[in-house]
Design a protein around this ligand. Sequence first.
Ligand code: ATP
Ligand code: MG
Length: 253
Amino acid sequence: MSTCPDVDVAMEDVRRGFGATQALKGVSLAVHTGEVYGLVGPDGAGKTTAIRLMAGLLLPDAGRVKMLGEDPANTRSPVRESLGLVPQRNTLYGDLSVDENLHFFAQLFGLSRKDFTERREQLLDITRLSRFTDRRADALSGGMYKKLALACALLHRPRVLLLDEPTNGVDPVSRRELWELLYGLVHEGMTLLVSTPYMDEAARCHRVGLLYAGELIAEGDPRELARQHGAAASNFEAVFLALVEKRTGGRAA
Ligand SMILES: Nc1ncnc2c1ncn2[C@@H]1O[C@H](COP(=O)(O)OP(=O)(O)OP(=O)(O)O)[C@@H](O)[C@H]1O
Ligand SMILES: [Mg+2]
């Protein structure tokens, strides 16, 4: 198992099934400190399952998962305080306002009033939600909702942030804004793992893991992977399809 000090998240030969479905079939990957790691793959590839395992919300059937060197499923481990998670599906209270949601999560994380006041202002500012603090969460646009979910997950200043499809259903302008916001956080020292079904987002990551039908079929610098497959870095879809074809012998491409 990787015990390198610069590996924040590690999976080694992780298997996880749900009944007859093998969601992860022996996945190994490593996310290094300070990098943006993209878990890229189509619907049903196993992205959410991998993220839930990294967050300690699921246990592997076999293999090992480490978050900052610890078992993330150990509820007594302080590592949980260093972890931020934005799940794929609705995570906010729709009938609470922007401010009430922030307040709720601050209480959950046990933030002092002073810290909350300071971070609330900062997060509202970077997510540009300051003008909407009274709006109910379920009345926000898709992009604003995602930004609020992100703000709630950042209140306790996690060292590692896991984002499950943060840009799904978000318009291109908000998508770009969200990525700018994420780069800013990484620049300040945070490690980021982000899942996405959008191949074009691979180019935004320092490294990517390509997940297909529960298997990691490639891992590396997206520019290098594109170069190896004779594709432009902006055409990651071609890289992915070539890799799938190679793996399946053309059956599923
Ligand atoms: N709780 C569960 N019970 C039964 N099957 C599940 C469960 N969670 C996931 N699966 C199955 O495991 C496989 C991987 O699902 P997962 O949600 O991890 O994929 P994903 O890559 O996140 O897909 P999407 O992009 O659609 O969110 C799928 O076949 C899915 O139906
Ligand atoms: Mg998912």
